[in-house]
Ligand binder design. Sequence first.
Ligand code: APR
Length: 241
Amino acid sequence: MPKHVQDIQKAVDWLLQSQKTVVFTGAGMSTESNIPDFRSKSGWWKQIDPRTVATTEALTENYQLFHAFYTARIQALKEVLPHEGYHVLARWEKRGLIDLIGTQNVDGLHRKAGSDAVEELHGSIHTITCHRCGKKAATSDFTHGQACDTCGGKLRPNVVLFGEMLPQEAWQRTLKAIKTAQLVFVIGTSLDVYPANQLPMMTDGRVVVINKEAHAGYTFDLTIEGKAGELLVHMDAIAQK
Ligand code: APR
């Protein structure tokens, strides 16, 4: 049996044996839903310097570009549906096979596919607040370029910008789950961004990576190279037997 097939079978065996499994996802989980990731050759950061849009300096000093970037991402998400790999994870949660998904993604696709136990470590693009007073606002207020109707401050999506703190509850819940997990799946992430990239190393359990490319400098219990959606569907077919 080819090693790749053996590895997929092993990953499913571990999933079925594990008493506590956590899934950690990144932007590579959404590219098969036609959402660009960040650091692949077709990724966002290959087209635009993240410092010009994904920082609080960009928000305060260059609001026009900040607003255009996040408005474009919000509009692009309107047509997007979670691919089958997302539905596999939602089904595994219902079957009691996975306990929590900690995601770096802000697109909301895990919940859209029916997963409930989801922690958004980098926030969500789907909620808007005033950067000055914190008051909630409608997405349309942001996309239409309106200012906060209370203090006149700049509106922004609740995504974690570079240099900002991660939502502490989401962090603590994900860290606690990973620490006590017997199995952690790391799916579609470059592991380039601190501190989220530390999470997979915080477990005493096994770590299985599913990624288009292997991670240089890391060693995991299993690395399965390929497309997340395709591999999850393949694993689910085996897990059904
Ligand atoms: N299947 C599996 N892996 C994939 C797929 C796919 N269909 N498509 C892309 N990948 C892999 C890429 O090879 C890459 O290793 O997913 C990874 C995506 O890495 P990044 O683009 O760096 O995305 P991510 O790791 O989520 O970035 C972390 O950086 O810019 C910030 O806040 C942003 O949350 C993001 C964080």
